[in-house]
Design a protein around this ligand. Structure first.
Ligand code: ATP
Ligand code: MG
Length: 234
């Protein structure tokens, strides 16, 4: 479904990604791991067209998209939930959600999409008229995920959905990601907790200092010497 090949991204003189390749197949949950500053957010932003690569290519469903503007990438069924949630604090939960379906195709399905995300996140229906800034961190993360789904993506990329959340909320969000995937949405998510991420994904990629240093089935990565030594300390 997604095929990133030899991607390079530069911010001025600073090169953030060096010859990075990554693939996601339809129906998978894939995690992108790596320490702070590794280039994880840069990579998914390059996929969604928010930053332009200086080299390499991005294909989505067999079509080259790295030359397209973001809004055209979104209409092809790709959605990105940014790190730090980026909600509109002084809009209600429902208005934040509706902003996720501004594209013509998604707009036509708005009512149905809202019903779908309220089924996935019943709490959001109860809070639909509350200001986004009055919600807890975990609830705001749910709004961000739900808003990402309002464009009815085939492929959802989520940047650090668990950051700063209590274990019980982490578990809730993990369950929702599984449900989203079971509903037919392919998922690529970023996470720094290796054990957590590899526990829920089919495959994983490990990025360090802008280079892909490991990739494989999640179970194999969890058992690999490098991951065990460097990331799990065992
Ligand atoms: N807009 C920008 N301008 C200049 N440098 C940037 C910009 N965005 C990111 N960088 C740099 O690129 C590198 C990769 O950043 P990126 O945000 O992709 O890392 P990350 O893996 O997502 O890190 P984190 O886990 O902290 O979110 C970092 O060194 C960062 O300082
Ligand atoms: Mg990041």
């Amino acid at each position: 479904m997604l095929c990133v090949t030899d991607l390079e991204v530069k911010y001025g003189d600073f090169q953030a990604l060096w010859g990075v390749s990554l693939e996601v197949r339809e129906g998978e949950v894939v995690c992108l791991l790596g320490p702070n500053g590794a280039g994880k957010s840069t990579l998914i932003s390059a996929v969604s067209g928010l930053v332009k690569p200086s080299k390499g290519s991005v294909e989505f469903c067999g079509e080259r998209i790295d030359t397209l503007p973001t809004h055209q990438i979104v209409t092809r069924g790709l959605s990105q939930v940014m790190e730090q949630r980026r909600l509109f604090p002084y809009l209600t939960v429902e208005k934040n959600l509706l902003l996720g379906s501004y594209q013509a195709r998604a707009r036509a399905q708005r009512a149905e999409s809202l019903k779908w995300v309220f089924e996935l996140f019943p709490m959001l229906e109860e809070r639909r008229n509350q200001m986004a800034n009055s919600l807890s961190g975990g609830e705001q993360q749910m709004v961000a995920l739900a808003r990402g789904l309002m464009s009815r993506p085939k492929f959802l990329m989520v940047d650090e959905p668990f950051l700063g959340l209590a274990p019980i909320i982490v578990q809730k969000i993990l369950d929702i990601i599984k449900k989203i995937n079971a509903a037919g949405v392919t998922v690529l998510f970023i996470e720094q907790n290796v054990q957590l991420a590899l526990g829920v994904s089919h495959r994983g990629y490990l990025l360090e200092s802008g280079r892909m240093v490991a990739a494989g089935a999640s179970r194999q990565l969890l058992e690999s010497d490098m991951v065990r030594k460097v990331y799990l300390g065992i």
